[in-house]
Design a protein around this ligand. Structure first.
Ligand code: HEM
Length: 168
């Protein structure tokens, strides 16, 4: 199963939504952009980023708060990186407000995405300040001085609110 994402203006994405009644598209917004998110076997976006799902728990819902940790990984580091996530702590899905997680392998470029979806921003903050987050990152993560050998650049975080078209 694949994931595709594409950025665009609200107008453009609303049009895309209308043109693909067969596909269930989900929409996310931050301060300066809107993103369409699609899970399926074939990409429906002309221009976009495509990913293979390495691990998934929960359904991505059309409401909530999304945090993506974008981690650049070297080519030879991929198996090590994926192995770490195969053996991940698994504490995150037990947190209050957790909705879904996706570990996404890029089909273009080198940047994996660790996507988590939450009921709201507060539930994400609660996890980030929890022992569960600390435990999950005891071998890597924001407080580690030495970056893991599989990393090929600085990870960066993007955060979105889910939005729906046609709701007033
Ligand atoms: C920026 C520094 C970070 C790095 C380098 C990093 C890397 C990693 C790695 C390699 C793992 C796999 C477990 C391990 O080997 O320790 C992991 C677990 C995880 N990371 Fe991060 N991470 C960082 C920050 C974050 C942030 C800010 C989020 C928020 C979305 C996040 C989300 C997750 C999740 C959901 C797991 C799995 C936890 C579980 O199974 O309970 N990470 N991280």
């Amino acid at each position: 199963m694949k994931v595709s994402m594409t950025n665009g203006t609200l107008n453009y994405l609303a049009k895309l939504d209308k043109e693909h009644p067969e596909a269930s598209l989900l929409f996310m917004q931050d301060e300066d952009k809107t993103l369409a998110y699609y899970e399926g076997d074939t990409s429906i976006f002309e221009e976009g980023r495509d990913y293979e799902i390495v691990d998934a728990v929960g359904e991505i819902q059309n409401s909530g708060f999304v945090v993506m940790n974008n981690i650049p990984v070297s080519h030879e580091g991929r198996p090590v990186f994926e192995d770490r996530f195969k053996n991940r702590e698994g504490g995150v899905e037990k947190m209050d407000g957790f909705q879904a997680i996706r570990i996404l392998r890029p089909l273009q470029g080198n940047t994996y995405v660790v996507l988590t979806q939450w009921r709201n921003e507060q539930s994400f903050e609660n996890w980030k300040n929890s022992q569960s987050f600390e435990k999950a990152h005891k071998n890597s993560g924001p407080n580690h001085e030495k970056k893991p050998s599989f990393m090929d650049g600085q990870p960066y975080i993007t955060q979105y609110s889910m939005v729906q078209f046609g709701e007033e």
